[in-house]
Design a protein around this ligand. Structure first.
Ligand SMILES: Nc1ncnc2c1ncn2[C@@H]1O[C@H](COP(=O)(O)OP(=O)(O)OP(=O)(O)O)[C@@H](O)[C@H]1O
Ligand SMILES: [Mg+2]
Length: 257
């Protein structure tokens, strides 16, 4: 009942989930596992939210899904095909976009140059993709000649998301898109993310420090703690779960104002 109805799907194998991560163990340094058993399922057209304390492994999970952290055990499947060991560029070709938590724009490049960087495999589609991204973020068209480094935090976040959208992904991984933004800019970013999901039909996995806001717009949520799944459910189930409120939403909820 709290499941939102999914928008149009994006290709074959629409029956099964779009993306599945099963019991991932992963880490950066030999012998040190950061993820100690993470699983998640992203259905076509849905938005999955991942919350949890600092250092829980949220960014590591996204990076592992995107081929940037060594997966030691477990499996990732996209449209029921294994993608566990594929490098990031191969995942981009398969329709995955990633917006990192930090350093997600090229500050010395202009807005339009940043967007061109996002289109590295398909430069002939510039005009069409730019129009699509500018439709979502009109500000980027207005500021296309401005250096990204001189934009505000919220504007830079739009450039970063715009760049990931240039490749026409069917799945977008967002790592803390609202971090460091003013409340007004956070609202703007959450609205745009919802639009990208429901109107453009792009499935999303989003990590957020702003846990309450994240779960409010998520079809499904996961609480990660110490590298493993702690709780999962629909966004609304987690928002109403007394344990989740006590352990993970109490203090984080303050920043909602
Ligand atoms: N490049 C790295 N090399 C070694 N260890 C790392 C690296 N990046 C992260 N870690 C470690 O992995 C653990 C999980 O970090 P991660 O960045 O995934 O947490 P997070 O849940 O995203 O935290 P935050 O909410 O602060 O962004 C931390 O102990 C961190 O120190
Ligand atoms: Mg992080």
């Amino acid at each position: 009942m709290s499941e939102a109805s999914p928008p149009p799907v994006d290709g074959p194998a629409a029956d099964g989930p779009l993306l599945v991560a099963d019991d991932l163990i992963a880490g950066y340094v030999p012998g040190v596992d950061i993820l100690t058993g993470c699983s998640l399922t992203l259905e076509h057209g849905q938005l999955v939210g991942i919350i949890g304390p600092n250092g829980a492994g949220k960014s590591t999970l996204i990076k592992a899904l995107f081929g940037l952290v060594d997966i030691r055990s477990g499996e990732v499947r996209l449209r029921d095909e294994p993608i566990t060991d594929l490098p990031a560029h191969a995942l981009v070709s398969r329709g995955i976009g990633y917006v990192p938590q930090v350093a997600n724009v090229f500050p010395s490049l202009t807005v339009s140059e940043n967007l061109e960087m996002g289109l590295f495999l398909r430069s002939k589609e510039w005009a069409q993709r730019f129009a699509f991204v500018a439709g979502l973020f009109p500000l980027l068209a207005d500021r296309r000649a401005q250096r990204a480094g001189s934009l505000s935090g919220g504007e830079r976040q739009m450039v970063a998301m715009g760049r990931a959208l240039m490749m026409e992904p069917s799945v977008l991984f967002l790592d803390e898109p609202s971090a460091g933004l003013s409340p007004a800019n956070q609202d703007e970013v959450f609205d745009r993310i919802r639009e990208i999901n429901t109107e453009a039909g792009i499935s999303i996995v989003m990590v957020e420090q702003n846990a309450r806001r994240c779960l409010e717009i998520a079809d499904r949520g996961y609480v990660l703690d110490q590298g493993a799944n702690a709780y999962e459910g629909t966004g609304h189930e987690l928002l109403e779960d007394p344990k989740v409120i006590e352990l993970y939403l109490g203090t984080l909820a303050r920043q909602d104002g």
